[in-house]
Design a protein around this ligand. Structure first.
Ligand code: SF4
Length: 378
């Protein structure tokens, strides 16, 4: 039987080639209205022995792929062998290790939610085992809730950094307490600021995740301003945005159906993002790499590239209604990535045909059509 180890369901978009090692199962909070990731699944902290066992298997798989490469001779080398493994992997574990090697074998992500909840000593042991087993690894990242960060003393975070923890991801989502409360996030702006600051002070790189559209129509601008305000206090290394998506498995859907929450349209979210970026006063890398975002090209270093980001948003805002509709549909069906794609007349025509089929020609675009396209695409 082929070797395998446990892998959780989520690979963050900025960890496309990372080795996934599962330290927790599911989410210990599991109550956010906008999230369906681990609903119905029990939270568990895996034991150090279980995690070490998985690391040992990952090492065997890595060694095996290297061995096959040496045996296969020089024609094409490691890339060729990895390509073969990825084409027909014996199981998901092999695929995980092959993908990792393809990316240089440098980054590791510890799944699932809130991995920092492991006792510091236990997490330290996991990190040391990873570093010893994979000495070439450069980045080890983990997710954490800010309340969990605040349960760790500054010296514990320092110990974890020294053991090899290089990045912590925190889902801020919003810096507006009204939004956080409505969404049942269990956190407040103040906890986020304190937790985020503690990570920054420890020297561990911090990624803060923000959800555009989380304030809906009513709180859109408040959400933008207050989220930027919280980030200004934290000054994380990375700010990563994604856009609210809601299908019928997401608890927030019942609030939408009952009229308690009105989703912001793509155009309103672009307005919100402009206010958000304008209000940011940070030294962070801004990233829009999530598939749910209308404008993934909004990537740059702040404050240096703030003007560049605002210019992209203004370019979208300056489009005619028809061109905006063409871009929104094209992006939501996966034909466009950047605004410049509008100049590709073949794709542009194709989108016009799709628009016709959707019965949206010569009409003001129905936001529900766009929401549906976006959720189907994701
Ligand atoms: S804490 Fe994160 S994973 Fe857990 S329910 Fe909230 S958004 Fe989902």
């Amino acid at each position: 039987m082929a070797y395998s180890f446990e892998i959780g369901p989520i690979r963050p978009p900025n960890e496309p080639n990372s080795l996934l090692i599962r330290v927790t199962r599911n989410c210990d909070w599991n109550k956010c209205k906008f999230c369906k990731l681990y609903k119905g699944n029990k939270f568990e902290i895996r034991t150090v022995e279980q995690i070490k066992h998985d690391i040992a298997i990952a090492k065997i798989l890595r060694d095996r792929i290297m061995e096959i490469t040496i045996k296969a001779g020089q024609s094409g080398g490691m890339q060729k062998v990895i390509g073969m493994v990825l084409k027909d992997p014996p199981n998901e574990s092999f695929r995980n290790v092959a993908l990792w090697l393809l990316g240089g074998g440098e980054n590791i992500f510890l799944q699932d939610s809130n991995g920092l909840i492991l006792k510091t000593e236990d997490l330290g042991q996991v990190l040391v085992t990873l570093k010893t087993s994979f000495p070439r690894s450069k980045r080890i990242a983990i997710d954490a809730r800010p309340q969990t960060v605040l349960k760790r003393k500054p010296r514990e975070l320092l110990q974890l950094r020294q053991a090899g923890l290089s990045r912590l991801n925190i889902s801020l989502e919003s810096g507006c307490d009204t939004v956080l409360q409505f969404m049942n996030s269990g956190e407040t702006a103040e906890i986020h600021i304190k937790g985020g600051r503690r990570v920054v002070e420890s020297g561990i790189s911090l990624s803060e995740y923000v959800t555009l559209g989380l304030g809906g129509k009513d709180l859109s601008i408040q959400h933008a301003k207050q989220t930027a305000g919280v980030l200004n206090e934290i000054d994380p290394e990375f700010i990563r945005v994604r856009t609210l998506t809601v299908n019928n498995q997401v608890p927030l859907n019942s609030d939408i159906e009952n009229g308690r929450f009105m989703r912001a349209t793509d155009e309103e979210i672009i307005r919100e993002e402009r206010v958000f970026i304008e209000t940011l006063d940070v030294h962070s890398n801004y990233s829009s790499d999530h598939v749910s975002n209308l404008l993934p090209e909004l990537t740059g270093k702040l404050p240096e590239e703030k003007h560049k980001l605002i210019t992209i948003l203004d370019r979208f805002n300056a489009l005619s209604m028809t061109e905006k509709a063409n871009f929104m549909i094209g992006r939501r069906v996966g034909l466009y990535k950047n605004l410049v794609d509008l100049d590709d007349y073949q794709r542009h025509d194709l989108v016009e045909q799709i628009k016709l089929k959707l019965n949206q020609k010569d009409k003001k675009l129905d936001p529900k059509v766009i929401f549906k396209l976006m959720e189907d695409f994701i």
